[in-house]
Design a protein around this ligand. Structure first.
Ligand code: NAP
Length: 500
C-alpha cells in the first residue's frame, strides 16, 4: 500500500486495500465503500468493498500460515505481541484520532479504548507461556494420561462499531498469542480503526504473513460467507443479539465454536440507603459516556421511591451540565450517534416512552451543530415516571438516555432488573458493601459492580453475559479456552488386560 500522507495511521492515510496474506490488495470487485465522520457527516475515507472471493483468499492465507505460526516458540509469539503493544502505545495519539474520525469518540472514549487495547495486549502476551497441558493419573494399570493444549486453528473475529479498537483487540490478540491465525471483519461504520489499522500494526511489527487477515465489506454481503466459512474453527462475534443468533447458527452448521458477546439491558439499582451523590456520579458516567453506545452501559435506573425525586433532580442537573457537540472538540463529553438509523431508533424509543406516560426531564431531541446538516448529536436525556415495560426501558436503547424507574422494595427492584432476556452487566448502590453484594448475587447477569456503574473491563478478569447477552467467555483463561483445543494422549506403559 502506498503511504504518501504524513502519517500512515491517520485517516488521511490510504485505507482502500485489504490486508491478506501479508499483502495489501484491492478487493476482487475493485469497489470501495465511503466512510462517514459522524460529527461532521463528511466522507473521510474509502475502504474496500470485500466480496466472497476476498473472504476465500483471506481464509486460505490464514489456513496456510497456521501450522508454522502454531509451531513458533512461545517466547517469539510473546515478543511479537509485546512489540504490537509498544507500537500501539507509540501510535496512540493517531489511533485516538481515528476513533474520533470514524466512531465519533470523545477524548474520554479514545483514551479508554486505547487503554483497554493495551491491557488486552499485555494480558495476551502472557498467554503463550501460560498455555499449558495437564497430566492425569489413570484408573487403568500402566497407563499415563497426558492432555496437550493446542490452538484451534483459524479464528474469525467479527466486531461492532461502538468500541471498535478494543472489541477487535480482545479477540485478535489472545487468538494470535495462542498460535491461531485470524480473519478479522470490522463493522462497516468503523472499518479502519476496527480492522485495517490492525493490518498496518501487524505489518509494522513484522508478524509472519497470513497470521492476521483483514476483510472489510458489508455484513449483509459477506457476513454469511465469513460466519460459515469451512476454514473457520472459532467465530468470535461481538454485536447485536439478532445478528449474533444468525452468526451462531452459521458457525454451528460448520461446527465451529461460537464465542458470542451480544446486547444488554443493564440495570443500575439504587436503594434508599445509598449515598445519592456517589450513585448519581456513577450513573452520569454509566449512562452518558460515548453517548450511551456501550453494551454494558446503564439502560435502566431503578431507584427507591424515598430518594426518587432527589435522584431524578440531581441526574437531570448532571445531564444538562455535560458538554455536547462534535467529537473533534476536546471538551466534548457527549458526541454524535454513529448513524441515522441508530439515532432514529433511540428517538423513537423516547417518543414511545413519553406517549406511554413518562415525563421528559431534559433532552429528548437532536442538538444542532454549526455547519453540520442533520446533526447526529442527541442531547443527554432523562426520563422519569418510567415503568419497566416502556420502550426506553425494555429495549436496548444504546443512546444517551436515562429512564428512571421507581421501586418500593428491593425484591421488586431485583424482579424488574431480571425481567429481560438479557444478562450482561449491572450495578448496585445499597449503602454498605455487604448489602450491595447480596443484591448483586440475586441479579441474573454475567457481571455486576457494587458502588459503581456497569461499565468495567479488565483483561485478566472474565467478561461474559448470560441469556440473550451471549455464550462463551472473553478475557484471559476464558477466551484461551475458546481458542484452544485439549488433546488427550494416553501412554500404555505395560500390556493392558482386555475382557476378551
Ligand atoms: P451488529 O449490527 O450486530 O454488527 C456487528 C458486526 O456484525 C458488524 O461487523 C457487522 O457488519 C456484522 N454483521 C452484520 N450482519 C452480519 C451477518 N449476517 N453475518 C455476519 N456478520 C454480520 O452490531 P453493531 O450495531 O455493530 O453493534 C452494536 C451492538 O453490539 C449492540 O447490540 C451492543 O450491545 C452489542 N455489543 C455487545 C458487546 C458485548 O461485549 N456484549 C460489546 C459491544 C457491543 P456491518 O457493519 O458491515 O453490518
Amino acid at each position: 500500500m502506498a503511504q504518501q500522507s504524513q502519517s500512515p495511521y491517520s485517516i488521511e492515510g490510504e485505507w482502500d486495500e485489504l490486508y491478506i496474506g501479508g499483502e495489501w490488495t484491492e478487493s476482487a470487485s475493485g469497489e470501495t465503500i465511503a466512510v462517514e465522520d459522524p460529527s461532521t457527516r463528511e466522507t473521510i475515507t474509502h475502504v474496500p468493498r470485500g466480496s466472497p472471493a476476498d473472504v476465500d483468499d483471506a481464509y486460505e492465507a490464514a489456513a496456510d500460515a497456521q501450522d508454522e505460526w502454531a509451531a513458533t516458540p512461545p517466547a517469539r509469539r510473546e515478543e511479537l505481541v509485546q512489540e504490537l503493544l509498544e507500537t500501539l502505545e507509540e501510535r496512540s495519539e493517531e489511533i485516538m484520532g481515528l476513533l474520533t474520525n470514524e466512531a465519533g469518540g470523545s477524548a474520554v472514549m479514545g483514551g479508554t479504548s486505547v487503554h483497554l487495547a493495551e491491557d488486552q495486549l499485555a494480558e495476551a502476551a502472557t498467554l503463550p507461556r501460560r498455555m499449558k497441558g495437564e497430566h492425569a493419573h489413570s484408573n487403568i494399570p500402566g497407563k499415563e494420561n497426558i492432555v496437550e493444549r493446542e490452538p484451534k486453528g483459524v479464528v474469525t473475529v467479527i466486531s461492532p462499531w461502538n468500541f471498535p479498537l478494543n472489541l477487535s483487540m480482545r479477540a485478535v490478540a489472545p487468538a494470535v498469542a495462542a498460535g491461531n491465525t485470524v480473519v478479522l471483519k470490522p463493522s462497516t461504520n468503523t472499518p479502519v480503526v476496527g480492522g485495517l489499522l490492525f493490518g498496518r500494526l501487524f505489518d509494522e511489527v513484522g508478524f509472519p504473513d497470513g497470521v492476521l487477515n483483514v476483510v472489510t465489506g458489508r455484513g449483509s454481503e459477506i457476513g454469511d460467507e465469513i460466519a460459515s466459512h469451512p476454514e473457520s474453527d472459532v467465530v468470535a462475534f461481538t454485536g447485536s443479539t439478532p445478528v449474533g443468533r444468525q452468526v451462531a447458527a452459521s458457525a454451528g452448521e460448520n461446527l465451529a465454536v461460537a464465542a458470542m458477546e451480544l446486547g444488554g439491558n443493564n440495570a443500575h439499582i439504587v436503594t434508599s440507603e445509598a449515598d445519592i451523590e456517589t450513585a448519581v456520579d456513577a450513573a452520569t458516567f454509566g449512562s452518558f459516556v460515548h453517548q450511551g453506545q456501550v453494551c454494558i452501559s446503564i439502560n435502566r435506573h431503578l431507584v427507591h421511591e424515598d430518594i426518587y425525586d432527589e435522584y431524578v433532580e440531581r441526574l437531570t442537573e448532571r445531564a444538562e451540565s455535560l458538554p455536547v457537540g462534535s467529537a473533534h472538540n476536546p471538551d466534548t463529553i457527549v458526541g454524535p450517534i454513529i448513524d441515522e438509523s441508530q439515532r432514529e431508533e433511540m428517538l423513537e424509543y423516547v417518543d414511545e416512552t413519553l406517549e406511554a406516560g413518562a415525563t421528559l426531564e431534559t433532552g429528548g431531541d437532536t442538538v444542532d451543530i454549526d455547519g453540520v446538516e442533520d446533526s447526529l448529536v442527541v442531547a443527554p436525556t432523562v426520563l422519569s415516571d418510567v415503568t419497566n415495560d416502556m420502550s426506553a426501558a425494555c429495549f436496548e436503547h444504546f443512546g444517551p438516555i436515562a429512564p428512571v424507574i421507581p421501586f418500593s422494595d428491593v425484591d421488586e427492584a431485583i424482579e424488574m432488573a431480571n425481567s429481560t432476556e438479557y444478562g450482561l452487566s449491572g450495578s448496585v448502590h445499597a449503602g454498605d458493601v455487604g448489602t450491595g453484594k447480596e443484591i448483586a448475587g440475586r441479579m441474573e447477569t454475567g457481571m455486576v459492580h457494587v458502588n459503581d456503574q456497569p461499565i468495567n473491563d479488565e483483561a485478566h478478569v472474565p467478561f461474559s453475559g448470560t441469556g440473550a447477552s451471549g455464550v462463551g467467555g472473553y478475557n484471559s483463561e476464558d477466551f484461551l479456552d475458546e481458542v484452544t483445543e485439549k488433546k488427550w494422549i494416553s501412554l500404555q506403559h505395560e500390556p493392558r488386560e482386555y475382557p476378551f
